[in-house]
Design a protein around this ligand. Structure first.
Ligand SMILES: [Mn+2]
Length: 350
């Protein structure tokens, strides 16, 4: 297992120099943020990112994400050209020896929360999802802006894309995902880049948009769409764990045992009544997930891929990108490494 940390590029207040000082973190998870979605990433730009990371004494381990254009998810005629660009990006990443690519297939909105700085009893704050607040939101009234949301949408273009999805059923989305995978995984195999889909967050439909990467059954179905070791998962415990029906330990054992987890997002989550949740500290006792059992499952299946702490709270007065401050994520990384060391040494003793 390689401990990694997400870095948002040169504008990120959490610098590579700081990340390097977190004990046990050796890998960086990043992306190129100034190329429009749908265009191919040049080898030059990838090499530049890689050099920046390596000059700081770290390794560029995972790309999170190479975003998938909405026209691909909608199955529009323009998708063939966009998929070809996506494949070219994979070839260029492979040429720079980058081997894991995270992406998601969520229509329009990425991860969604109702509040980004909800105060917690200990004086920290965290992202929360309170269903009754989300139910009242109208994404096309133009007043809403959350960090997972693509800021490039105008009110009109957002309405247009939301309208386009009115015709798209869950089965259509499955078909469009299959069409994408059948073309992309072939290239991923050729150039040996492991594709790792991130589950939908939260794992249920929002704002009337379909969501399909949500539970055990659908993950099974996903892996069978193209049954290749290069067609794999980013197993995000926090995203899938938002549904109490999802057993994360079982998922790690099942899909990790198949060698289909290529990237582990490890964080805890505190479930509330009625499809609501808070993002808690990583420690097991602070949330609804047993992080020890999750790490133990990864260890038991022989997981040797990249792992990262996921969203953190804002603590010690830190200001910054919601979910992506330094301190709480650093605590998360060290905690996960601590669990791992204990599990390893315990196993070695027999
Ligand atoms: Mn995640």
């Amino acid at each position: 297992m390689e401990m990694t940390f997400r870095w948002y590029g040169k504008d990120d207040p959490v610098t590579l120099e700081k990340i390097r000082q977190i004990p046990g973190v050796t890998g960086i998870v990043s992306a190129i943020y100034d190329i429009p979605v749908g265009e191919a990433w040049s080898r030059e730009k990838i090499a530049e990112l890689k050099k920046t990371v390596e000059d700081a004494g770290l390794r560029l381990s995972v790309i999170e994400s190479v975003p998938v254009h909405e026209d691909i998810k909608l199955g529009k005629p323009s998708r063939d050209r966009l998929i070809e660009n996506y494949c070219q990006t994979l070839r260029n990443l492979a040429a720079e020896d980058i081997r894991v690519v995270c992406y998601n297939f969520m229509p329009v909105f990425d991860w969604t929360r109702s509040e980004l700085d909800h105060p917690l009893p200990d004086g920290s704050n965290a992202l929360v999802y309170f269903a009754e607040q989300v139910d009242k939101m109208d994404p096309i009234n133009g007043e809403l802006s959350l960090p997972g949301w693509d800021a490039s949408y105008t009110k009109e273009s957002l309405k247009e894309v939301m309208d386009a999805y009115k015709e798209i059923t869950e089965e259509d989305l499955w078909n469009n995902l299959k069409y994408f995978l059948e073309r992309v995984i072939k290239v991923a195999e050729e150039v040996q880049v492991k594709m790792a889909i991130h589950p939908d967050d939260p794992p249920w439909p929002i704002f009337g948009l379909p969501r399909i990467i949500t539970n055990m059954e659908n993950l099974e179905r996903f892996l069978k769409l193209v049954d290749s070791p290069y067609n794999g998962l980013t197993l995000c415990s926090g995203s899938l764990g938002a549904s109490a029906d999802n057993d994360i330990v079982e998922m790690v054992r099942r899909f990790g045992g198949m060698g289909r987890i290529h990237f582990a997002h490890c964080r805890n989550i505190l479930l509330r009544e009625g499809d609501s949740f808070e993002e808690s500290a990583h420690l097991s006792e602070k949330g609804s997930l047993d992080m020890y059992e999750i790490m133990k499952a990864y260890h038991d299946v022989g997981f040797d891929g990249p792992c990262r702490p996921d969203h953190g709270r804002m603590i010690w007065g830190e200001q910054g990108r919601p979910g992506y401050g330094l301190y709480d994520r650093a605590l998360g990384a060290v905690y996960l490494n601590g669990l791992w060391e204990a599990i390893e040494k315990n196993e070695a003793k027999g």
